[in-house]
Design a protein around this ligand. Structure first.
Ligand SMILES: [Zn+2]
Ligand SMILES: [Zn+2]
Length: 238
């Protein structure tokens, strides 16, 4: 409740800024797609990360400068082009290290995946400086960011949990879940990831999705009540 109250209070200034963690949702555009990039930082030390740099690096960099953040990591929730396309440019601009789950780097670098995505016109190879796996922790200042491996949208999709906030990439949206019809996707695996890894988190957890199709943010409690994929496919099957 504490977090939610503060979230609504600070929504006026377009960011979530309280004692424990600074969060800013930055909408960026790549072609037809709108993606949410996120700045997450430790208010005490100003160390931070940026999640899902799709495009508009200058816009994101301006926010980083405005907030006086020392960027440590560029984290992608998965290896699709709309979540990694700006990584190399952001690395050049800031010197921060690129972080991806090991399964997506492995998968997208197979000849088969390269071939399929090239034919789909989505060719963009994920490269990383640091490979992470389930339960790894990224430290920024006094914050600990938990890496949660949630395969299904892609083999190496991750969600990031920090202090009551969950960054869900294309695994879970407000009122929906990520598509699983692209190579490496599995609907069964996606539902299982949400059921086993996300639903056990506290109900008041704030959901920050990779795209805002049905809304910009939510809570786990609200999704458990209103997201048909959860109510019908996951909870309905209990
Ligand atoms: Zn995706
Ligand atoms: Zn996406």
């Amino acid at each position: 409740m504490f977090v939610i109250n503060l979230f609504f209070l600070d929504k006026k200034v377009g960011c979530l800024y309280y004692f424990f963690v600074f969060i800013e949702q930055i909408p960026v555009r790549l072609g037809e797609l709108e993606i949410f990039s996120y700045l997450v930082a430790c208010p005490k030390t100003r160390e931070g990360i940026v999640i899902d740099v799709a495009a508009e690096c200058e816009k994101i960099l301006n926010k980083i400068k405005q907030r006086d953040i020392n960027l440590k990591y560029i984290v992608s929730t998965h290896g699709h082009p709309d979540h990694i396309a700006g990584n190399q440019e952001m690395k050049k601009l800031t010197g921060a290290k690129i972080v991806l789950h090991e399964a997506d780097v492995a998968f997208f670098n197979t000849e088969e995946a390269k071939d399929v995505f090239k034919r789909l016109g989505l060719f963009c190879l994920p490269k990383a400086d640091i490979l992470v796996k389930d339960n790894d922790i990224l430290e920024i200042g006094t914050l600990k960011i938990n890496i949660i491996h949630t395969p299904g949208h892609t083999p190496g999709s991750i969600c990031l949990y920090v202090d009551g906030n969950l960054f869900t990439g294309d695994t879970l949206f407000v009122g929906a879940v990520g598509r699983t019809d692209l190579p490496g996707g599995s609907f069964e695996q996606l539902l299982n990831s949400i059921k086993e890894k996300l639903l056990p988190l506290p109900d008041e957890t704030i959901i920050w999705p990779g795209h805002g199709y049905e809304g910009q943010s939510s809570t786990l409690a609200r999704e458990k009540q209103q997201n048909l994929y959860i109510t019908d496919f996951i909870l309905g099957s209990y």
